[in-house]
Ligand binder design. Structure first.
Ligand SMILES: Nc1ncnc2c1ncn2[C@@H]1O[C@H](COP(=O)(O)OP(=O)(O)OP(=O)(O)O)[C@@H](O)[C@H]1O
Length: 314
């Protein structure tokens, strides 16, 4: 089959129904997305939006009823997919581990399944900070340790494309930071990473781009900034000044910025919050340049704001 793309991951018109033919449930409905090589790409969406289904399709574990999927230009489950499949790493949402095996034995077991060199196992345990625990049975591992072992398993065979399904669930803040440091390192080595997460604050500073799934459809796709602009969520200005001065400001502002769709809210004495659409940012700033403020902060909408803004959009 001809290549539709040389990108790390390319889905075109992918549909996956579950259930009966008469009453199918579309877990994915005409999904198209592109992930360039070397990107950290986020996948977000509500429970049941279709994120895990998308991963399973990319791995060739299930097949779509329509559409095409390519990994590095190779069609999933096509004639050359065996080789490409070896260059895929996957951390499932719920990785099944054998409690009686040690961490090291677990990795060796997965290495055999994957055809990866056994010699990688000790180095990978070290990479995820489990060297000292490597000889202990997995039954004694905490949730975070299991998750790190799962990550090490996904790294077996030096994958070029890593699919990580909610990988930070159960990790404490410092483990989350270590985990993203590892992702940065992998990305700097040219590895492409697709990560699903419900922790939007965690993704917003880190991903190159993301896709938002809702009921099996891609409802938005792009950089966080592009999605911010598309969502039309307002910017929030926090103005600090002497309370009496602020009162004058609050009275004058609506007239001065007529037509700018400004919403004002007195948060506390001396703190006024102003919300307005992004396109009026410079106009607001120009007006505020002459105001006697003691402090000014401008807040971009968070990825969570954007998520709700775009989900609610018709
Ligand atoms: N094996 C299956 N048989 C029938 N329906 C399924 C199967 N797997 C998933 N589904 C359905 O497909 C839809 C998408 O599920 P999926 O697990 O991909 O969602 P998700 O976005 O990963 O959700 P979560 O965030 O809760 O992990 C859901 O409605 C789910 O019930």
């Amino acid at each position: 089959m001809t290549s539709i793309s040389a990108e790390a991951l390319h889905l075109e018109g992918v549909t996956k129904p579950y259930g009966s033919r008469r009453a199918p449930l579309l877990a994915l409905d005409n999904v198209s997305l592109r992930v360039p090589r070397g990107q950290l790409f986020g996948l977000i969406g509500h429970n049941g939006a279709g994120k895990s289904t998308l991963f399973k399709l990319v791995l060739g574990l299930i097949t779509p009823s329509q559409g095409r999927i390519q990994v590095n230009g190779c069609t999933v489950n096509g004639p050359d997919f065996r080789t490409t499949r070896r260059a895929l790493g996957y951390l499932p949402e719920n990785l099944v581990l054998y409690d009686n095996l040690t961490g090291l034995e677990t990795l060796r077991f997965f290495a055999r399944l994957k055809g990866a060199p056994q010699t990688q196992c000790a180095a990978l345990l070290d990479r995820v900070g489990l060297t000292r625990a490597g000889g202990r049975a997995v039954r004694e591992y905490s949730k975070g340790m299991r998750q790190r072992l799962g990550f090490a398993q996904a790294l077996l065979g030096d994958p070029q494309l890593l699919l990580l399904d909610e990988p930070t669930t159960g990790l404490d803040p410092s483990a989350i930071r270590d985990f993203y440091d590892q992702l940065d390192l992998l990305r700097s080595q040219g590895v492409t990473l697709v990560i699903s997460s419900h922790i939007l604050a965690e993704l917003q500073q880190r991903v190159d781009a993301l896709a938002m799934l809702s009921n099996g459809r891609v409802c938005a796709q792009g950089t966080v900034q592009a999605l911010r602009e598309r969502s039309r969520m307002p910017l929030v200005f926090q103005l600090r000044a002497a309370p009496t001065w602020l009162q004058t400001l609050a009275t004058e502002l609506p007239g001065q910025l007529a037509g700018a769709d400004v919403v004002l809210q007195q948060r506390e004495p001396g703190l006024l919050e102003l919300r307005c659409p992004r396109e009026h940012k410079m106009r607001v700033l120009a007006w505020l340049a002459n105001a006697e403020l003691s402090d000014l902060q401008i807040h971009e909408p968070s990825l969570e704001d954007v998520y709700f803004g775009l989900r609610e959009a018709p």
